[in-house]
Each structure stands twice: as C-alpha cells, then as structure tokens.
Design a protein around this ligand. Structure first.
Ligand SMILES: Nc1ncnc2c1ncn2[C@@H]1O[C@H](COP(=O)(O)OP(=O)(O)OP(=O)(O)O)[C@@H](O)[C@H]1O
Ligand SMILES: [Mg+2]
Length: 248
C-alpha cells in the first residue's frame, strides 16, 4: 500500500481470568480501505473492537490514528481523533424519533461556544441530519419513533448515527446481523458507497458479503490473528479453511 495507514493496531491483548480473549493482534488499516475482521464465534472480534475503540483498556498494545496514540484516551477524545463505532446490539434511543437520534449525534459538529444556543440555530448539525436522512433513505421515517422502525431500518439508522460526527474511521460490528436478504444487499451497497469518504473496519459473518466488499481481511481464531490479506488469498489459506470456512 503506497499511502501511509490511517490506523495502526499494535500488539493488542487482554485476558478475562485465564482466557486470552485477544492476544498480540497487530494490523494496519489503509485510508478509505474496507477492512473486515472474520472468525468463528468467540474468536475475540468484538473484544478486539472494544480494545480499539476504548470501551476496554488493553493489557498490552496500542492503537494509533494518523500517528496519534488513542489508547488510554477518553471516549470524547477518541471521537475527536475521528473514530466512531456501532455495537453488535443496537444502540439507539428507541423512544426518540429518527431525526432526534441523528440530531443528538450531529450536535457534536457544533463548536462548544454554540452549546447555549437553541438547537434550531445549530445549522451545521441540522444540515448534517438532512444529508444523512437522504443518504440513508430515512426521510419518510424522520418523525417516526425508532421503536416503530423495522430491524433493518434500525440498523441502517445506527450506521447513520455513527457517521453524524464525520469520523475518519467507522467501525461496524455485524451491521447485517438479523437482517433479511434484501436488507443485507442494501447494506452492502451502502457500505461500498461509504468507502469513498470514510475508512471502514467491519466485523461480519456473511461470507459472500465479506468477499465482495472487503479490500482486505483479518482472520481471528482463539484470540489471535490467524491470517491477513486479500479476500482471495485468505479464502485459499488452508489454516483459514480449517479454522473458519470448514466450520462456517
Ligand atoms: N467481559 C468479558 N468477561 C469475560 N469473558 C469475556 C468477556 N467478553 C468476552 N469474553 C470472552 O472472550 C471471548 C471472545 O469473545 P468475543 O465476544 O470478543 O467474540 P466474538 O468473536 O465477537 O464472537 P461472536 O462472533 O459470537 O460475536 C469469548 O470466549 C467470550 O466468552
Ligand atoms: Mg462479537
């Protein structure tokens, strides 16, 4: 890769009791790359995401974004360095509307000195909300409560919420989990479209989606990085076939 990586993951590790949930995992993420982490259940993928995003503090290792160490910083500082993530379980305010959920997330774009102004004066946040409602085809649902949306719509909104703060790196943990085939196809196209403007680090189980969409893949197995490379090279790797495709 010619351009310097936007993100470096260096030797991350954590144990829960005697279990090495993540052990010495390192990889780079290139700018505007779609990088996908795959592996069997319990391989350590979500824990790896928690270590990268700061939800968990690693026992070893660190993460850099544009050569700045984010490990050990607060959630707000990590966001300010351009990292945004979704969770495996939907993380939205169900008793607020679609627009209100986006509005809260986009408020981050307003300078702190605007924080005493009425929300309707936050022009940058308001235009971001409109842009996201259009891009994620949620305009017709803007004033509906999130609790009344379909599962697919909720997951789509969750990605939109993550993008509202204009991150450099977007981390998505199984965005198609529980989705219908049609919604999965839509999400695939959506992610592909996003990659021109944001770097994407994904966890995903749908193998055909992973193979179609990823520039490169990291395979996790029992907390360790088993393999890394292009979709074709990873697919042909005998160790990966034994650990993952054999069982998937
Ligand atoms: N907070 C925790 N305390 C103790 N053990 C944990 C904790 N979080 C995860 N684990 C264990 O660490 C291992 C890795 O879990 P993790 O959730 O990262 O796997 P995963 O690859 O995301 O799996 P899945 O595909 O099912 O989502 C598992 O054995 C899990 O039981
Ligand atoms: Mg997981």
């Amino acid at each position: 890769m010619s351009k310097p990586p936007i993100m470096k993951v260096e030797g991350l590790g954590i144990s829960f009791g005697g279990l090495k949930a993540v052990a010495d995992v390192s990889f780079d993420v290139g700018r505007n790359e779609v990088k996908t982490v795959i592996g069997p259940n319990g391989a350590g993928k979500s824990t790896l995401f928690n270590l990268i995003s700061g939800a968990l503090r690693p026992r070893s290792g660190r993460v850099l974004i544009d050569d700045v160490v984010i490990t050990g910083k607060s959630a707000a500082q990590i966001k300010a360095h351009g990292l945004s993530r979704s969770f495996q379980i939907t993380n939205l305010f169900f008793d607020l509307t679609v627009r209100e959920n986006l509005r809260l997330a986009a408020q981050y774009l307003e300078p702190a000195r605007h924080s005493w102004l009425p929300m309707k004066r936050s022009i940058r946040a308001a235009s971001k909300v409109d842009e996201l409602l259009g891009r994620f085809t949620l305009k017709a649902k803007a004033d509906d409560f999130v609790g009344s949306l379909s599962h697919g719509e909720q997951r789509r909104l969750e990605i939109a919420v993550c993008l509202a703060s204009e991150p450099k790196v977007l981390m998505l943990d199984e965005p198609t989990q529980g989705m219908s085939h049609g919604d999965t196809e839509d999400t695939k196209e959506l992610i592909r479209g996003l990659a021109s403007s944001v770097t994407i680090l994904l966890i995903e189980h749908d193998v055909s989606l992973v193979m179609d969409i990823s520039d490169s893949i990291v395979v996790m197995h029992q907390g360790r990085k088993l393999a890394e490379g292009s979709p074709a090279s990873v697919r042909q790797d005998p160790a990966v076939q034994a650990a993952y495709f054999g069982s998937a």
